[in-house]
Design a protein around this ligand. Structure first.
Ligand code: ZN
Ligand code: ZN
Length: 54
């Protein structure tokens, strides 16, 4: 199984309050966000296409 990490801070996503979704631009790369980064609206960057989003 693939380890899912927060795309913003690199924390391993485990438990509740974390989200994993596909990049809204390319739909290729999975983007993870931990509850902490969601809280603070930290931006994420898609590894595949470079899309930056809130
Ligand atoms: Zn994070
Ligand atoms: Zn992308």
């Amino acid at each position: 199984m693939e380890e899912q990490r927060c795309s913003s801070c690199g924390a391993i996503l485990f438990g509740e309050g974390n989200v994993v979704f596909k990049c809204p631009k390319c739909g290729e790369s999975k983007i993870g966000r931990c509850s902490n980064c969601r809280d603070q609206s930290v931006t994420y960057v898609c590894k595949a296409c470079g899309f930056e989003g809130p």
